[in-house]
Design a protein around this ligand. Structure first.
Ligand code: BGP
Length: 466
């Protein structure tokens, strides 16, 4: 039995494009995903879970199930359909209404400004590889800070690393480019500059509330004790974790991080150039982040790999079909005896504990941590309105227990947001990978609490992990 603090947030997470649906309603501008998904022909982001029309019902469910926090994102293209310039009043009003409904119910809201959905007009100009779009993002953020003083917690970006790699390494996000490490690195860096400039603006203009960033941090372990595997895990970690945490908290990249980057670039015929002035922004923002949001679902065991790039994304839930081998970095392997989901995501709760202890040690200016996403994609079965999702409950229990251990060991963790509040649309997997506490029948849009929702309610009420 483990206890969580009295003022802990037991939240649920969502994102605009995955929950709202209504992609062509209310004056919303296009995002790159709209055309990308249409071309692929597998699934679309409409209707998703129709949060655009059903947010009062979803927030009511939060209240009924003890959920005292929600993470949501503003769709940039609802506010500025073209990314900049003309404002869409209907989009602006929509988020005022959502925020009011949550406030009336006493639910704390964490608002993300960018969750994978750059407006198409800007995306087509190179997304964050184009530095003009850094200015556009900062302007959009400023507009939101002034328009929505009711927001208490702002997040600049959701998951910069998956954006960069899914867009330019795996090719599963638009524009669908594979194995271009130069683009990966420049996208990571430019988005960190956009984050840093936004934080500096927020603090220098004295807006009320808190601001932070959400990073996807998945712990890396060597597959064996061999020096080659240890080095492979170091390289994978350097690109996916150290690079971003250094930029967030150290005012620049450490020597080890840059050496790793150079080694990865040499193997991949890649290069990078970081303008000097960016480090002035990093230096100013490094102690201004009020919190770090961590999205953590899994860990990776990494083995040395010298072959050609070979990645296969398991986006269908056929267990064992995923593979990840990157030249000059390593191969992520399945470790015997460790559980994984149907989408090949390793279940390893120790990874969350190790990650948090490392942040406390290596980035002591982190101030506070929120677990902003964690959860289990699962093929739920629906039996006359009853959804028994025991594997999901076990998953949450184990990860929550790791989190409680980290708190006991002195890490300042203040809340947890389960991905996801209700079943939503999944970017590269569609609708059969469900994560919600509430089952959504995507035909009728009816919501049904799963067994996990009752379990989570008890957890939120007792603050005790049984
Ligand atoms: C994170 C994203 C979410 C969500 C989640 C689950 O990377 O921030 O938007 O989708 O992962 O991932 P998936 O839907 O691919 O299973």
């Amino acid at each position: 039995m483990k206890k969580l603090p009295e003022d802990f947030i037991f939240g649920g997470a969502t994102a605009a494009y995955q929950a709202e649906g209504a992609t062509r309603e209310g004056g919303k501008g296009l995002v790159a995903w709209d055309t990308f998904l249409k071309e692929q022909g597998r699934f679309l982001a409409d209707p998703a879970s129709d949060f655009y029309h059903r947010y009062p019902e979803d927030l009511k469910l939060c209240s009924m199930f003890g959920i005292n926090g929600i993470r949501l994102s503003i769709a940039w293209s609802r506010i500025f359909p073209e990314g900049k310039g003309k404002v869409n009043p209907e989009g602006v009003e929509f988020y005022h209404k959502v925020l009011k409904e949550a406030k009336d119910r006493g639910i704390k809201v964490f608002v993300t400004l960018h969750h994978f959905d750059t407006p198409k007009a800007l995306f087509d100009q190179g997304d964050f590889l184009n530095r003009d779009n850094i200015d556009a993002f900062v302007d959009y953020a400023k507009f939101c800070f002034e328009e929505y003083p009711e927001v208490e917690y702002w997040t600049t970006f959701n998951e910069i690393y998956p954006i960069a790699t899914n867009q330019y390494l795996l090719g599963i996000f638009p524009p669908g480019i594979k194995y271009d490490l130069s683009k990966v690195i420049m996208c990571l860096h430019n988005m960190m500059v956009a984050h840093s400039r936004t934080v500096n603006l927020f603090k220098e203009n004295g807006y009320s509330g808190q601001i932070g960033v959400v990073h996807s941090l998945e712990t890396k372990y060597p597959a064996s004790d061999s020096p080659e595997d240890i080095h492979a895990a170091f390289l994978d970690d350097a690109l996916s974790i150290r690079f971003l945490l250094d930029a967030t908290y150290k005012g620049g990249y450490s020597k080890e991080t840059l050496e790793a980057l150079d080694e990865i670039c040499a193997a991949n015929n890649a290069s990078y150039e970081f303008p000097e002035e960016d480090f002035i922004e990093f230096e100013k923002s490094k102690d201004r982040n009020d919190y770090l949001g961590i999205n953590h679902y899994q860990s990776h065991f990494v083995k040395a790999y010298n072959g050609e790039n070979a990645i296969h994304h398991n986006g269908t839930g056929d267990k064992g079909t995923g593979s990840y081998k990157v030249k000059g970095i390593g191969e992520r392997i399945y470790k015997e005896g460790l559980e994984r989901t149907d989408w090949d995501w390793l279940i390893y709760p120790e990874g969350l504990y190790d990650l948090m202890m490392r942040i406390k040690k290596d980035y002591p200016n982190y101030k506070a941590i929120y677990i902003t996403e964690n959860g289990m994609g699962y093929k739920d079965t629906f039996d006359h309105g009853i959804i028994m999702d025991k594997p999901r409950i076990d998953y949450i229990r184990k990860y929550m227990s790791s989190l409680a251990d980290a708190i006991d060991a002195g890490v300042n963790v203040k809340g947890y947001f389960l991905w996801s509040l209700m079943d939503v649309f999944s970017w590269s997997n569609g609708y059969n990978k469900r994560y919600g506490l509430f089952f959504v029948d995507f035909e009728t849009q009816e919501r049904y609490p799963k067994e996990s929702a009752y379990w989570y309610k008890q957890l939120a009420e007792t603050k005790t992990i049984l």
